[in-house]
Design a protein around this ligand. Structure first.
Ligand code: F6R
Length: 258
C-alpha cells in the first residue's frame, strides 16, 4: 500500500487525476471503477479539465460504478447515476454503452447483481477502482460486518451512513435504506485501487484502514491485502496515522507501508 499525503483537497484531487490520466494514456480502453460522493469530486473536475484542455480521451473507456440506492431511478437527482452524469459523464466523451451503474430500480435485484458481476468479467475486470471511505470504515456500501469475500448484492445501510448522506436530501427520512453495491471481493479483484479521503472526519477511518487489524468491522482495512493500493489523503485525513512516520508534514510526501 502506498499512502500519499497531500496538503489539501485540491492537491489530493490533482494527484488522483494524474494517476487516472496516466493509466488511461497507457491503456486507452481502460476499465475504470468509479465512486460517488465528495471525495472523488475534485478528481472528476480535474479529469474534465484534462479532457477539455488536453484532449484526454475517454472514447474507449468502460466504467463501472460501485453502488446505487435501491428505489431511485437514474433520473432522480439523488441517484448515483444522476450524480455521475452531472459530475463527469456529461462532460467527457465516454459512449453511453460503456457506462455501467447498478440499477436501483431492477425488478430482480439478485439477477441484476449477477449480471453486473458478469459484465465486469466480460470487460476483462476492473483495471483501476476509485474508492472513498465512510467515517465508519465502509467502502462502497459494504458496511461494517460485511463479508470480506462478498460480491455485488443488496445491503442495508447503517444509520451512520444514512445520516452522513442525509446532507444531500431534503429530509433525513428520504435517504434510502438499501443499496446495491459491489462486494468487498469484487473490489479486491480490481488490478489497482485508488482510495481518496480528506478532512479530519476521515482520520480515524484512515488510521483503522491503513494501520489497524484487517477486520470485517472495518471493511476498508482489507486493502492492506491488495497488491497495488494507493491511498491519497489530505493532511487532516492523515492526522491519525501513527508516529512510525516521523517529522512534521511536508507539502507532499509519500509513505510506503509494506
Ligand atoms: C460512494 C461510495 C461510498 C463513499 C463514502 C465516502 O459511491 O461508495 O463508500 O465513497 O461514503 O463518501 P464521501 O466521499 O462523500 O465522504
Amino acid at each position: 500500500m502506498l499512502i500519499i499525503v497531500k496538503d489539501d483537497y485540491e492537491a489530493m484531487s490533482n494527484e488522483a487525476a494524474q494517476i487516472v490520466a496516466d493509466r488511461l494514456r497507457r491503456k486507452p480502453d481502460l476499465v475504470l471503477g468509479l465512486a460517488t460522493g465528495t471525495s472523488p469530486l475534485g478528481m472528476y473536475r480535474a479529469l474534465i479539465q484534462m479532457h477539455k484542455q488536453h484532449g484526454l480521451d475517454f472514447s474507449k473507456v468502460t466504467t463501472f460504478n460501485l453502488d446505487e440506492y435501491v428505489g431511485l431511478a437514474p433520473t432522480h437527482d439523488q441517484s448515483y447515476r444522476y450524480f455521475m452524469n452531472v459530475n463527469l459523464f456529461n462532460h467527457i466523451n465516454i459512449p453511453e454503452r460503456h457506462i455501467f451503474v447498478p440499477d436501483g430500480m431492477a425488478d430482480d435485484i439478485d439477477a441484476h447483481c449477477e449480471w453486473y458481476e458478469e459484465e465486469i468479467k466480460k470487460a476483462g475486470g476492473i483495471d483501476l477502482q476509485v474508492l472513498g471511505i465512510g467515517a465508519n470504515g465502509h467502502i462502497a456500501f459494504n458496511e461494517p460486518g460485511s463479508s470480506l469475500g462478498s460480491r455485488t448484492r443488496v445491503k442495508t445501510l447503517t444509520d451512520t451512513t444514512r445520516w452522513d448522506n442525509a446532507r444531500f436530501f431534503e429530509r433525513r427520512e428520504e435517504v434510502p435504506k438499501y443499496a446495491l453495491t459491489m462486494g468487498v471481493g469484487t473490489i479486491m479483484d480490481s488490478k489497482e485501487l485508488l482510495l481518496l479521503a480528506n478532512g479530519a472526519g476521515k482520520a480515524a477511518a484512515i488510521k483503522a484502514a491503513a494501520e489497524g487489524p484487517i477486520t470485517a468491522q472495518v471493511p476498508a482495512s482489507v486493502i492492506q491485502l491488495h497488491r497495488k493500493a494507493y491511498v491519497i489523503v489530505d493532511k487532516d485525513a492523515a492526522s491519525g496515522l501513527s508516529g512510525r512516520y516521523p517529522g512534521t508534514w511536508r507539502s507532499s510526501f509519500t509513505l510506503e507501508v509494506v
